[in-house]
Each structure stands twice: as C-alpha cells, then as structure tokens.
Design a protein around this ligand. Structure first.
Ligand code: IPM
Ligand code: MG
Length: 360
C-alpha cells in the first residue's frame, strides 16, 4: 500500500489547531479509502522558534522536507514579530526555493454559507484564481539606503521574467481548459505599468494561441474588483500577478462568505520539489487557543493536496464531507456566525467520511 509522507508545519497562532484537525481528517480519509496511508512528520518551525533561536527553521530545514510528498502548512505571523520577517523567514523561504510558482485559490460558496452579495447563492460564483507565486511584486528586489536621514530612499522593484510569465500563463490556460467553461480572465494593469505589464499581456496573447479551445479576456485589476462584485457569474478561471492575486483572493474569499474556509495550493507543477497546501486565513492570535478556529480552510486545502497526490476519489470524498458539514449551520464556527468548535467540525467531517458510501 502506498504511504504518502507529509511534512506538517503548523506555524503560528491557530496554525497548530487547524493542522491537527487536518491530520485527523486526512487520516480518516485514508482509512475510508483503504488504498493508501499517510505518515506525518511534524516540524515546530515558526515565530516561537525564531524568538528563541533567531531562525524560523533550521539551516538544513529545506533538506529535511524536500523528499516529502507534500507539505501541509498552517499559518505564519505573530504579533511581536514584524510580518515581513515572518513571511521571508518561513513561507517564502519554502515557496521560492521549492519553485512553487503556481498558487491556486479556488472560491465557491459552499452549501450553508451565505455570500454577502445579494442575489448570489452558489452557482453564480465558482472561480479559481491562479496567482503567480515566484516573482513579480514579491521578487524581493530592492533596498533601503540612508536610513533615517531626510534623503532616505527605499525601493521594491517588481520583477517579471519572460520564463516566469510564460509558465504561469501556460498553467492558467491549462487549468481553464480542464474546467467546463474553458474560460480564462487575465488580470493586468498595463495602462499604468507600461513595461512589465505590457510584456505580461503580450505573453498572455502568445500563450493563448497554444490553447485555441480556451476563450479568454483581459481585465484591468481595478475594474476586476467591480466585475467580481457585480458580475461574478461572468468569471471562471483567473490569472494575476503575485500582488494583484493576493488582493483579489481576499476579495474572493470575502464574497464567498468567510476567509476561514478558503484554501490554497502552492504548486511546483514539474514535481521537482514538494508542493505546499495551506488555508488562506492567517494565524488569528485573537482566537488562538480557544478551540474555535475554522478547520474548513485546512480541510479544503487537504482536498487540493489529495488531488495533487493523485487520489481524486479520496479528494472528492473529503470535499463531499466538507459540504455535508457546512450545510449544517449547527456546525458553523464563530467566523461563520455559529457556535461550533474546531473539534465538533472535525469530528463531523470524519464521521461523514466514514459514512460515505459513494464509490468513485
Ligand atoms: C496570502 C497572505 C500572504 C501574502 C501574507 C501573509 C504575507 O496574504 O497568502 O495571501 O501576501 O502572500
Ligand atoms: Mg493574502
């Protein structure tokens, strides 16, 4: 029987609560499936470690996880550590060297969840945002000189490479092709940013020729926020730069009812390195330790992990369990307006998995 080795990195805040819930659900999923098992290795990397030792992960950290089949990540961020230090010290320290250049963020309104948009109940909003995850505004290029002096200068240069843009466009067109509508929206800002964004548009048009069966259109990022809000049914697959997609995916999660349910996959599509799966929500220190964090974001991310591992029927089964549970309002955590606890939701998902008789 196949055993998948998963590196579990809970990180900070509610990370450990949602990751242990995820481990429980994945274990139940493997048990129900019967065709594979999981072996989890836990890594205590995060802000606590940083405060004690000066590093979020050991020097050989990436070597310790580079042969795992996948990484399950909780969250990174603590109130007493600057956010950019955390981001570069842990999450980007894994994403960038492991070349997880495709960040995939599906958004749907799950059963039982209410969108803040009037007239949107479910089928009108079914999107996948593809976020360029290796360069652009997060390239880390820039610097700061003459600190504290009146002539201080600081730059953050966004950096786009032809190779980087072409590969994310190919990934997004292929993903759009795999979905029933075969429709891609390319988000840009080439009216104001006349170099890199113009190249972005040109490469989109070039790659589009390789996918004649995919329809596509182009949208300026500012106008995109209006289209997402006012005409959600006109969108399907979306590709955007690192920062544009960061912003749009928060909007998407809010429109779908809660950040607590939104999942993400940081993929290395060539599989030279493990891919990383994580809920979009942050470490949420205000509710840490209270046992009320919503584990659905982690469960949905686990569905994406199962798909990536090549276990589509287990993935579908876990997704069915999630939807069965969200449909029951008594199992909603406080972020969804309910009173359920992390453990209640986790147990309900595990029970739904055990009771799922559908064979696919
Ligand atoms: C996300 C988050 C991160 C990002 C933060 C925590 C740095 O907002 O995954 O969308 O900007 O990438
Ligand atoms: Mg974000």
């Amino acid at each position: 029987m196949k055993t998948y080795r998963i590196a579990a990195i809970p990180g900070d805040g509610i990370g450990s609560e949602v990751i242990s819930a995820g481990v429980e659900a994945l274990t139940a999923c493997a048990k129900r499936d019967g065709g594979f098992t999981f072996a989890f290795d836990h890594f205590d990397w995060g802000s606590e470690r940083y405060k004690k030792t000066g590093a979020f992960m050991p020097d050989n950290g990436r070597d310790l996880i580079k042969t795992h089949d996948a990484i399950l990540f909780g969250s990174a961020g603590a109130p007493d550590v600057p956010d950019h230090v955390t981001l570069w010290g842990l999450r980007l320290a894994i994403c960038q060297p492991f070349d997880q250049y495709a960040n995939v963020r599906p958004t749907r309104i799950l059963p039982g969840i209410v969108s803040p948009l009037r007239n949107v109940s479910g089928p009108e909003l079914d999107w996948v945002i593809v976020r360029e995850n290796s360069e652009g505004e997060y390239a880390g290029v820039g610097g700061r000189v003459h600190r504290g002096l009146p002539e201080e200068v600081a730059t953050d240069v966004s950096m786009f490479t032809r190779a980087g843009v072409a590969r994310i466009m190919r990934f997004a067109f292929a993903l759009a092709r795999s979905r029933p509508r075969k429709f891609l929206t390319v988000v840009t800002k080439s009216n104001a940013q006349r170099h890199a964004m113009v190249m972005w548009d040109e490469i989109a048009a070039e790659v589009a020729r390789e996918f004649p069966d995919v329809t596509w259109d182009k949208m300026l990022v500012d106008a995109m926020t209006m289209r997402m809000t006012l005409k959600p049914e006109t969108l399907d697959t979306i590709v955007a730069t690192n920062l544009h997609a960061d912003i749009l995916s928060d909007l998407a999660a809010a429109l779908a009812g809660s950040l607590g349910i939104a999942p993400t996959a940081n993929l290395n599509p060539e599989r030279q390195f493990p891919s990383m799966f994580e809920p979009i929500h942050g470490s949420a220190f205000d509710i840490t330790g209270k046992g009320i964090a919503n584990p659905i974001g982690t469960f949905w991310s686990s569905v994406m992990m199962l798909e990536h591992l090549g276990e589509p029927s287990a993935a579908a089964r876990l997704m069915r369990a999630i939807e069965k549970v969200t449909a029951d309002k008594s199992l909603h955590t406080p972020d969804l307006g309910g009173k359920a606890r992390t453990a209640d939701v986790t147990k309900a998902v595990c029970d739904a998995l055990a009771g799922d008789n559908q064979d696919d």
